[in-house]
Design a protein around this ligand. Sequence first.
Ligand code: ADP
Ligand code: MG
Length: 386
Amino acid sequence: MNKEQLWEKFAEVFTKLDLKKGIYAAPGRVNLIGEHTDYNDGFVLPMAIEKEITMLAQLRNDQQVKIYSLDYDKLVEFDLLDLSYDKTNIWVNYLKGVLTELQKVEQQLQGVNLMFTGNIPQGSGLSSSAALEVATALAITDLNNIELNGVEMALLAQRAENNFVGVQCGIMDQYISRLGQKDQALLIDCRSNEYELVPFANPDYQIVICNSKVERGLVDSEYNQRRQECNQAVKFFQAKENSSIQALRDLKLATVEQYKADLPANVYKRAHHVVSENERVLASKEALAQNEMLQFGKLMNASHLSLSRDYEVSCSELDILVEIAQKEGAAGARMTGAGFGGCTVNLVKKEAVAEFTAAIKKEYKKRTNLSADVYVSNPGPGARKL
Ligand code: ADP
Ligand code: MG
């Protein structure tokens, strides 16, 4: 639907009002490199994708909030003074979480009519949830004249997901959805929360995302175990090397290697992944800044190997997708997101994208009996008023 059609639908759903309104968008994202580094105080390098949540919003004269999900064809209503968790309509909680956090900043929020739709695949690791939160935050702050800068808004959206939805995500998803820019990736320092735009606009290459369609089932338990192993490594190095070591971020690869024999094998492998991955993110930033796409691709390949063998968060389907991609001539291919399913991200010559896509679908189907979805995207813009 285009903008006009969306407003027509909005007029069908809600009573006509003569109050301030606007249309807002916030994108999903793909992490180019830097996996499982965020909770180790490290670096990540995501880009916004050209898939987003679009939200129409208009103030009301009362304290009511009415939200129409176009994709679920469902209207939900509640009072701003009663922001309780919705057990039936889980999607409402992303918006309620943002409203709750905004009420801590600005007590006098006005009621609002909202309608939204999105084309980010849900639950595939492309962060449709952060896009929904950021779109909501942008709409509500704009309509209520609340001044929040980009970082403040991203952090507010993250708190919504942490506190209200109950998902302990880091800052990456909301940061990139809010602060991303066209033809740029975003280097984020997950210790200081500082960020830096990194140019990504080589006309010869394109980012291709392959959705394995494998549900990320194991994530929670395995994730907690990895975090524990990382903590174990930090404690070890604090005792052996330097008590000022706070996180794996503070280690050099040579130090990890030095203690290989003294560490439990799995703890060594986890530390090796995180420390080497941080180095790869920083090297990727340099490669992209120098327009050295082949070098960046090599770093992506090394990242996948490390995630698969050392961090052990891949699965056979993701490994197969990466293997096919590399065979089909991708300059780089790796799993992206937490692992055990979800998507891979690939760096592909633009002229080869069509052939690449067809080959991935065919080979993946042959080997797994699953139908991969493939999305081609350049780094898109971050959240904005349309
Ligand atoms: P991811 O962020 O990786 O896509 P999550 O499980 O964190 O996966 O978030 C997905 C949830 O976000 C969905 O289950 C739904 O509640 C909400 N959501 C995302 N996009 C939409 C949409 N277009 N319409 C309604 N709800 C959506
Ligand atoms: Mg999410």
